[in-house]
Design a protein around this ligand. Structure first.
Ligand SMILES: Nc1ncnc2c1ncn2[C@@H]1O[C@H](COP(=O)(O)OP(=O)(O)OP(=O)(O)O)[C@@H](O)[C@H]1O
Ligand SMILES: [Mg+2]
Length: 501
């Protein structure tokens, strides 16, 4: 177990207000938590959850309100001060130092030293980090470089980092958004263990089942205000949804009954660099929603990147509409009607300093231009239509994407690619960090695209979503497709069995 401090914690936030230009992120919000309690913090995208946690972690200063820890009012909380008080933070946005290895990242700023010269005591550091990684069941070890870790692994790294401090209050902001079922379950176990040792845990997630599993109490925010609380007995998916968005979300996974059409993408014997000794055959049909399932590291993202021409193809054939692709070229893939909504929105999907409008219109600029000039009216119309369709919450479409909440940034990524009218759309974790209401919108949109004859290939670590929306699921394991399940065969058990074989 990670080290835990004996001294219990009691914490009370009251009247916390934070105003940004154009947005009241928090409006007199209160929240309390004490040792041995797991509190779920829920709310729609942009409700103010991350902002409230950043106040507690000392990364942003509130305009008004009081933070009382262990009975004392804490003024000007800084990250160092928060850490000193035993508050550990897993941030929603990941920023590992990719030139350092795992151990150096986990213990950054808290390196162990020895001797009068203060040399790094690497063996002790690795001895500290190793057991934490084991606890989380990571595939990577203390000495591995961080540069090549997948998003899920980066998420686990961030969690390891939080667990390496002497923690009294653990804040988890969307820690499971890229984790698959088995890693998530392991994390939930860690949370239970920490609670038993007297740690307080604040847990933000849009996967409401996780809250049902571990939370003792739920606090909901809506539009920057407190929207209510639920005690352990009152917690259920429906009560949470109602409190978050003030209405029920029915028809979550509607299914329309159109027959799949002609083959759109046909892959034969495809080998990727991640698993050069395995080959993949897969045929995707027009009007069909297929899903790639598997554990973290099964090779799903690598396959998607090879189809889209980002990663080199080591062998085999890719045909789009009966015509072979040369491969290794993104422009070629786009010209053939393929688009990829990437998993890592910050690295590959978004220009954070650019306006929402710019981001959405970027790939469609050629189509929207008239005689070589950008047609601003068309660009604005497109952005406005996307905003309504996906319910993007922004104080204005001319605001920089960096100012949007995590889930709203994800919606901008989706909008950008959907605007291209693709024939095949590959969605890598499309609903990562998106709230329930907006998820229903995304699923609806996927159905609409399928009904129009688009082929969809989704990669998702959210088992509920995989089962809910897919017509067919190809389960990958160590670089090869272990089996394909039809809609009638889709159960968690069937998928997991193929994923671990
Ligand atoms: N740096 C900033 N500048 C301007 N507005 C901001 C900034 N950071 C956050 N906001 C706004 O504050 C509001 C709350 O954002 P916050 O990130 O706390 O939402 P959230 O509840 O964490 O949402 P999500 O579920 O999408 O992560 C949003 O309207 C957001 O646009
Ligand atoms: Mg957030």
């Amino acid at each position: 177990m990670p080290e835990v401090r004996d001294k219990p914690i009691s914490l009370e936030l009251s009247g916390i207000t934070k105003v940004y230009p154009g947005a009241i992120a928090l409006n007199k919000v209160s929240l309390s938590i004490r040792s041995g309690e797991v509190v779920g913090l829920i709310g729609e995208n942009g409700a103010g959850k991350s902002t409230l946690m950043k106040v507690l972690g000392g990364t942003i200063a509130p305009d008004e309100g009081r933070v009382v820890i262990d009975g004392e009012t804490v003024r000007s909380l800084t990250p160092a001060r928060a850490a000193g008080l035993g508050i550990a933070f897993v941030h929603q946005e990941l920023n590992p130092f990719s030139n350092l290895d795992v151990t150096a990242n986990v213990l950054l700023g808290r390196e162990m030293r020895r001797g009068v010269l203060g040399f790094l005591d690497r063996p002790s550091m690795e001895n500290k980090v190793g057991p934490i990684l084991k606890l989380l069941g990571t595939r990577f070890g203390p000495k591995d470089p961080v540069a090549e870790l997948s998003l899920a692994d980066q998420q686990l790294l961030e969690i390891a980092r939080a667990l390496s401090i002497n923690v009294r209050l653990l804040i988890l902001d969307e820690p499971t958004s890229s984790l698959t079922l088995s890693e998530t379950n392991r994390l939930l176990d860690v949370i239970r263990k920490l609670r038993a040792e007297g740690v307080a845990v604040l847990f933000i997630t849009h996967r409401l089942a996780e809250i049902v599993e571990v939370a003792d109490r739920v606090v909901a925010l809506r539009d920057g205000c407190n929207a209510g609380e639920l005690s352990r007995q009152e917690i259920s998916r429906d009560t949470m949804v109602r409190m978050m968005i003030g209405r029920d979300v029915n028809q979550f996974y509607e299914k329309s009954d159109h027959a799949p059409g002609r083959p759109v993408l046909d892959i034969k014997g495809l080998r990727t660099r991640a698993y050069p000794h395995q080959s993949v055959d897969l045929c995707l049909l027009a009007g069909e929603i297929s899903c790639l399932a598997g554990l973290v590291g099964a090779g799903r993202t690598e396959l998607a990147r090879a189809i889209f021409g980002i990663d080199p193809v080591e062998g085999g054939r890719i045909e789009m509409d009966g015509k072979p692709l040369r491969g290794n070229s993104v422009p070629e893939a786009i010209a053939a009607g393929i688009c990829l909504v990437p998993e890592d929105r910050k690295a590959e999907g978004l220009f954070l300093d650019f306006a929402v409008t710019e981001n959405i219109a970027m790939p469609s600029h050629a189509a929207l231009a008239r005689r070589g000039f950008v047609n601003h009216a068309a660009v604005t119309r497109l952005a406005e239509a996307s905003r309504q369709k996906l319910r993007i919450k922004a104080s204005g479409l001319n605001r920089a994407v960096a100012e949007l909440s995590g889930g709203n940034q994800q919606k901008v990524v989706l909008a950008k690619w959907l605007a291209m009218n693709p024939k095949l759309i590959i969605l890598d974790e499309p609903t990562r960090g998106i709230d329930v209401g907006a998820k229903a919108e995304v699923y609806h949109l996927m159905q609409e695209l399928a009904a129009q004859g688009v082929a969809l290939l989704m990669i998702s670590s959210d088992m509920e979503e995989v089962i809910g929306i897919s017509d067919r699921v190809a389960v990958m394991c160590r670089g090869k497709i272990n089996g394909i399940l039809d809609r009638g065969e889709l159960t968690e058990e069937n998928i997991l069995r193929l994923a671990v074989e």
